[in-house]
Write a protein that binds this ligand. Structure first.
Ligand SMILES: *[C@@H]1O[C@H](CO)[C@@H](O)[C@H](O)[C@H]1NC(C)=O
Length: 313
């Protein structure tokens, strides 16, 4: 019986207390968008249902939903200290209370609640403000590489965009603005800081390839952010040059030698044809034996002719 009375008293007390504080409200903007790396300010106004001209706000308490660690308190009461998390500050300006996030990060995204304590009572149930965070994607990069795994594809275009939030999309277009995104394979990676790295691979089929494709980055709201063009004709850097640097001089010198030999052969031929016009008993195969018998004064054979004829034989 005694406990029932006690419960009743507690109930009445809380009714009275709740009623007394019910004319102070904290009214916040529902959603605020902050940018990664910039300052975000969550702002609320303290309103009263009755006019209280000399209302004094003693305490402002900001909490984050689902994050028990987060608590930022501005405390104006004598002998009390503020409790700010590093990088977060609570500001009070007349009847405007705000939470200032100095360097917004992806992890700051979420719902924050604000409550105040005044000399005329506490605020009603906490009201919340939703912080949305965005980060603009960096300009995309794209390249082309030879494709070996996908049958019928000879090249693959790869596009990459980093540093954005929330998740966006990469889309492909050809010169005629026809979209090819359906043929591409997208991939996204969320980095430690929460930012996204988007990439997309577009295989190019033999015989149905445009010379240039465009990779366009769209942000989470579907707005075009940036684009990059990539040529499908671009070839990857050749495998190590060492082969061609050795082969090229060898080919040049080799062809020079062959050319010289052919020239010598031609000269020798003509000489031996002249000789053959004279009567000779020596068979052609032994042509080199004749060389010394030709008229050395009129028709001196070059010394190398013998060797050339020998090679020919
Ligand atoms: C997408 O880009 C548009 C235009 O730049 C911008 O207004 C919008 O806030 C961006 N949305 C997101 C989610 O980043």
């Amino acid at each position: 019986m005694a406990s029932c009375v006690l419960l009743f008293l507690i109930f009445c007390f809380s009714c009275y207390y709740g009623h007394a504080s019910s004319f102070i409200m904290v009214v916040c903007e529902k959603t605020i968008t902050g940018q990664v790396g910039h300052q975000s300010v969550l702002t609320c106004k303290v309103e009263t249902t009755q006019d209280i001209p000399d209302l004094t706000i003693l305490m402002v308490v900001w909490k984050k939903k689902g994050d028990d660690q987060f608590l930022s308190v501005l405390d104006k009461r004598a002998g009390k200290e503020n409790k700010f998390q590093p990088g977060y500050e609570v500001a009070l300006n007349n009847r405007t209370v705000s939470l200032v996030i100095t360097d917004t990060k992806v992890k700051d995204e979420g719902e924050y609640t604000c409550q105040v304590v005044t000399d005329s009572g506490n605020s009603m149930k906490p009201t919340s403000v939703n912080l949305k965070v965005t980060a603009k994607y960096h300009p995309p990069t794209a390249n082309s590489s030879d494709e070996k795994e996908i049958p019928n594809a000879h090249k693959t275009l790869t596009c990459k965009a980093t540093g954005g939030y929330p998740k966006g999309e990469l889309r492909w277009f050809d010169e005629n603005k026809t979209e090819w995104t359906k043929s591409a394979t997208p991939e996204e990676n969320q980095m430690e800081d929460g930012l996204f790295e988007l990439s997309s691979k577009l295989p190019l089929m033999r015989g149905s390839t445009f010379s240039e494709y465009k990779c366009v980055v769209y942000n989470a709201s579907g707005d075009r952010v940036d684009s990059v063009a990539v040529s499908s004709q671009l070839t990857e850097p050749e495998p190590p040059k060492s082969h061609s640097t050795i082969i090229a001089p060898v080919v040049v010198i080799g062809s020079l030698i062959v050319g010289l030999l052919l020239l010598l052969l031609f000269i020798c031929r003509r000489r031996s044809q002249k000789k053959n016009r004279r009567p000779s008993t020596v068979p052609l195969m032994g042509a080199h034996a004749m060389v010394p018998h030709s008229d050395p004064e009129i028709d001196p054979p070059p010394p190398y002719c013998e060797d050339i004829e020998a090679i020919k034989a």
